[in-house]
Design a protein. Structure first.
Length: 339
């Protein structure tokens, strides 16, 4: 029997307005996707749309409506299903990622194994996750650092005209390792000026300092050799990884960008072939979306999977982060349940 599709829009509220260089908000609408087979087994996924990529909950629902008639008759036909989805809705990364997660969840449940075990991975190799400190006043950012006491690594949002003051405020509050994400908020000149400042504040690596298409600028920043440069907005799919080789030191993989778990695996393989650092990240998501991305973590060097931890109304239980350490569920499929 063909698979049936059900959707529901959920609104996630963050503890604080989540602000980055492009702005911010405190309510985030995601789409819960459920695929049911003829035996009544359900696979779950989550679409986490980002306006930066032209997606909203409404565009996700529209894309899912277009994709519904292309659902595979055999849920195990994962590779062909994802290729079909990409052909039908190439710009709908979040919607396709939700269907991909739901299919993998369904397959894992039918086989009685977690997705990570289906791939032959060792869950104990998952790295620690950072916790993100969004843009705010220096005083509020210090308070956020205190609230993140359980996390051993912090990720600091920059991309403002007061970045040095922010770094000073964070360093006054903690000696923890920090990573920096400018969310494409700097010019080339600003990025080059900031490099020695970041080094002085003992930043581990710099994420997306420049606009996505400025590969020449990214190359110039990396060539300074001050600290590793990681591409996020510049890198959506595996073909982008190859294009970025030599321009950056690593890439940040997000399911909502690349559109599927299997494309995430291809991105990791491509990055490894080019000797690049690999990170897996997230949007503001529930534990359903986070747990899907967490299946990739045994294969990566760094993770920023705090999206659900930033919310106050997470409706799901799945992968956990204890003292920063990502722990994957052992239940079949994604291992996610409703709270």
């Amino acid at each position: 029997m063909p698979l049936t599709l059900a959707t529901e829009v959920l609104t996630l509220a963050t503890r604080h307005p989540f602000v980055i260089a492009r702005g911010g908000e405190d309510d985030h609408r995601v789409v819960w996707v459920r695929l049911r087979d003829g035996d009544g087994v359900e696979g779950w996924g989550e679409a986490d749309p980002a306006r930066f990529y032209g997606e909203t909950a409404e565009t996700v629902l529209t894309a899912l409506g277009q994709l519904q008639s292309h659902l595979p008759r055999d849920a195990f036909d994962l590779e062909a299903a994802e290729a079909t989805f990409a052909g039908v809705a190439p710009q709908a990364g979040a919607a396709r990622a939700a269907l991909s997660a739901a299919l993998h969840d369904l397959v894992g449940k039918r086989l009685g194994v977690p997705v990570w075990r289906l791939w032959g991975l060792d869950a104990t190799r998952a790295p620690r996750s950072s916790f993100t400190i969004g843009l705010d006043t220096a005083e509020r950012m210090r308070e956020k650092v205190a609230e993140a006491a359980a996390y051993p690594i912090l990720k600091i949002k920059l991309g403002t005209d007061r970045d040095e003051a922010i770094l000073q405020a964070v360093r006054d509050a903690t000696d923890k390792p920090i990573r920096v994400d400018a969310n494409a908020g700097w010019t080339r000149e600003r990025a080059l000026t900031m490099l020695p400042v970041l080094k002085a504040y003992r930043v581990e690596f710099l994420e997306q300092p420049l606009p996505p298409d400025d590969l020449e600028g990214l190359t110039a920043v990396r060539r300074r050799g001050v600290l590793p440069v990681v591409a996020d907005e510049s890198c959506l799919v595996a073909s982008d990884v190859a294009r970025l080789a030599g321009a950056v030191d690593g890439v940040n993989i997000k399911l909502a960008k690349c559109g599927s778990l299997r494309e995430g695996l291809r991105m990791i393989a491509t990055a490894r072939a080019h000797g690049m650092l690999v990170m897996v990240g997230c949007m503001i998501e529930s534990s359903l979306g986070i747990t899907a991305a967490a299946q990739l973590t045994p294969l990566v060097d760094a993770a920023d999977l705090d999206g659900a931890a930033l919310t106050v109304n997470d409706p799901f239980v799945g992968a956990t982060i204890a003292a920063g350490q990502i722990r994957l569920p052992t239940e079949p499929g994604l291992g996610v349940r409703h709270r």
